[in-house]
Each structure stands twice: as C-alpha cells, then as structure tokens.
Design a protein around this ligand. Sequence first.
Ligand SMILES: CC(C)(COP(=O)(O)OP(=O)(O)OC[C@H]1O[C@@H](n2cnc3c(N)ncnc32)[C@H](O)[C@@H]1OP(=O)(O)O)[C@@H](O)C(=O)NCCC(=O)NCCS
Length: 150
Amino acid sequence: MPSRRENASDYTVHPANWERDGAALANVRRRVFIEEQGVPESLEWDGEDARAFHIVAENTSGSAIGTGRLLDTGHIGRMAVLPAWRGRGVGRAILAELLTTASQRRYPRCWLNAQASATGFYLPFGFIVDSDEFLDAGMPHYRMIHDPER
Ligand SMILES: CC(C)(COP(=O)(O)OP(=O)(O)OC[C@H]1O[C@@H](n2cnc3c(N)ncnc32)[C@H](O)[C@@H]1OP(=O)(O)O)[C@@H](O)C(=O)NCCC(=O)NCCS
C-alpha cells in the first residue's frame, strides 16, 4: 500500500512528449475532466497540446496517473490526477515541475484558471487570485497569477 505522502518509489514525474505520450496523457484528462467533471470534448481538446510542454506522473508500472501542461504564454493548465492517486503529492510534484520549467525558460509570469474548488491547491505555491469568479465549462473559476515573492 503506497504511503499517502509524496514517495519517490510510488511514482515518477517527468517531462512528456505529446507525440509519444499524448494518448496516455489524454486518457488521464479524459477520465478526470470529461468523464468525472463533465467537460465537453470540444473544450478539452483545444488544439494547444502539440505545442505545449507537458509533465506526466507515472506509477511504477509506467502507466500515466497524472499530468499538467505549460504554454509559452506562462499559462499552466490541464492539471489532473487520477482519483486513486490524489492526496499523495502527485499534483504538487507536477506543478513544481511546471513552475521550474517556466522559470528556466524565463517566462515573465505564470497564470492559470483555477476551478473554484481547487484554488487552495495553488495558494501555497504563491499563486494569488486575480479575478472575480467566472464560468468555464460550466464550472466556477478564478484566474490566479504566480507571484514568486509570496
Ligand atoms: C487538483 C489536483 C490536481 C490535486 O492533485 P493531488 O495529487 O490530489 O494534490 P496533492 O496530493 O499534491 O496535494 C498537495 C496539497 O494540496 C492540497 N490540495 C489538494 N487538492 C486540493 C484542493 N482541491 N483544494 C485545496 N487543497 C488541495 C492537499 O491537501 C495537499 O496539502 P498538504 O500539503 O497540506 O497535505 C487533483 O485533485 C485533481 O486532479 N482534481 C480534479 C481535476 C481538477 O480539479 N484539476 C484542477 C483544475 S484547476
């Protein structure tokens, strides 16, 4: 039984290549966003994936269990961890990798559209709420920007 906390022996987190790994990443996003949250297919597959930087989390069998992506605008998104793997630090590890990459690429600022229920996940990383609530895919969201000074 894996521990609930981050444990390098449970999973690995590393950059993915959409051409090679896209089917596995899409499977995670389909299960989380389309099947669990009811996001329409037309919104999920927005045409940005081929040029985005992706992170994949894999279990010890090499199956994708989580993902997230970064666009060259500094836009972080599509953060998804399969339900059975939540609460074990996978999402935190993915987001940390995306922020490190954005910093290495000297992107001026990272931002994201957080589901209202997930803003608390981003706050400890130094994201701050930067908008009123708005609807995206029928769900309440807030724009959050990354302030590394916080
Ligand atoms: C949001 C999500 C990516 C977080 O991934 P995760 O692997 O469960 O998160 P972690 O285990 O790394 O959690 C890190 C910390 O954030 C906290 N956290 C996790 N989800 C949270 C949430 N929705 N709200 C507030 N805090 C949250 C954890 O309790 C943990 O806190 P701790 O360090 O005090 O223990 C995951 O729950 C998910 O895929 N949700 C469904 C899709 C979704 O909502 N995506 C985000 C769209 S904006």
